[in-house]
Write a protein that binds this ligand. Structure first.
Ligand code: GLN
Length: 193
């Protein structure tokens, strides 16, 4: 069974732990650099990316997580996707730059900032997992404004990319850990094989 870290400084790390268990992996909550030892991959959960950055710095985790990402897959959801991006706007802030994407924080605006919806993913997503529409929860989600040449869009919602991969890494602007559908986590776990 794959041992997958879940960054547990802030945000909905518990729900990711449960989603990983439902997907057949063993979650390990990561709160210090030593916790990364021997893990096959890492999930950076949703939450508040500015707070997560502050805690990452305070715990001396910025460099260890970046280093981990150079050698292992990382899956970032929502705030986690913001941390994986190359550029962050509104407002700009530091990020790991492990994925060639540009994100705008809270990009869906205040009026319609959170919703539960269903959309069709790219055919490739269904081929690599199982067919069926994706049920998605968006909570003050970022919009992926730029997808670089090395990154690939696996799902769009209202025309904007919401699930993107680049080599070993995966970023979702929605929260697959909050629905019963385990396909997005399973897609990530395949990257650890
Ligand atoms: N709006 C949050 C941020 O900018 C992300 C929201 C989430 O992770 N659900 O960090």
């Amino acid at each position: 069974m794959k041992r997958v870290g879940v960054l547990a400084l802030q945000g909905d790390f518990e729900a990711h732990g449960k989603a990983l268990e439902r997907s057949g992996a063993a979650p390990v909550f990561v709160r210090s650099a030593a916790d990364l030892d021997g893990l096959d991959g890492l999930v950076i959960p949703g939450g508040e990316s500015t707070t997560m950055l502050k805690l990452l710095r305070e715990e001396g985790l910025m460099e260890p997580v970046h280093e981990f990402g150079l050698r292992h897959p990382i899956f970032g959801t929502c705030a986690g996707a913001i941390l994986l991006a190359a550029e962050v706007s509104r407002p700009a802030q530091e990020s790991f730059g492990l994925m060639d994407i540009g994100v705008e924080r809270n990009g869906y605006g205040r009026q319609i900032d959170s919703r539960v919806t269903t959309f069709a993913a790219e055919p490739e997503f269904e081929t690599r997992t199982q067919p069926g529409a994706v049920e998605a929860v968006f909570i003050r989600a970022p919009i992926i404004r730029r997808v670089g040449a090395r990154a690939r869009v696996l799902a769009r919602y209202q025309g904007d990319p919401v699930l993107v991969e680049q080599g070993p890494h995966l970023a979702a602007t929605f929260h697959p850990e909050l629905t019963a559908d385990t396909r997005v986590h399973q897609l990530f776990l395949k990257k650890l094989e």
